[in-house]
Design a protein around this ligand. Structure first.
Ligand code: ZN
Length: 126
């Protein structure tokens, strides 16, 4: 067992991005395994922070899942699929002009197009 003790150690590489923040001590590992099963490299970081929960905000205390930047989009799609369609979208993309809109916007701030009733993530074709 290897324990990482440097709590503020930066990520080993800029090429890795955080794709999921756990909401409990175990779900980050479920996500990691799910990504692995779908051939997306992923790793859990920050599990060592759990013992430090006294001096950092609790939402930073749970493990996070990281994936290589080139796999970020795939990883996010997989995570969304893992949780199903009820997952709250962080943002939605306007189908008309492509602008990103906050989840609470009912229509595009830029061009006024109504939010698609079911943003199911099938966009992504270029
Ligand atoms: Zn728009």
């Amino acid at each position: 067992m290897a324990f990482r003790s440097r709590k503020n150690a930066p990520p080993p590489s800029d090429a890795w991005v955080k794709v999921y923040r756990g909401t409990g001590p175990t779900d980050a590992y479920l996500i990691r395994d799910w990504l692995h099963r779908n051939e997306v490299p992923a790793q859990v970081r920050g599990e060592n922070l759990m013992s430090l929960r006294g001096d950092i905000p609790i939402w930073d205390a749970w493990p996070t899942v990281w994936a290589p930047k080139e796999h970020q989009e795939r990883a996010l799609q997989l995570i969304e699929a893992f949780f199903g369609p009820t997952l709250v979208h962080p943002a939605w993309q306007c189908p008309r002009c492509g602008e990103e809109n906050a989840p609470n916007f009912a229509s595009c701030w830029s061009c006024g197009t109504d939010r698609p009733s079911r943003p199911d993530g099938t966009q992504g074709e270029k």
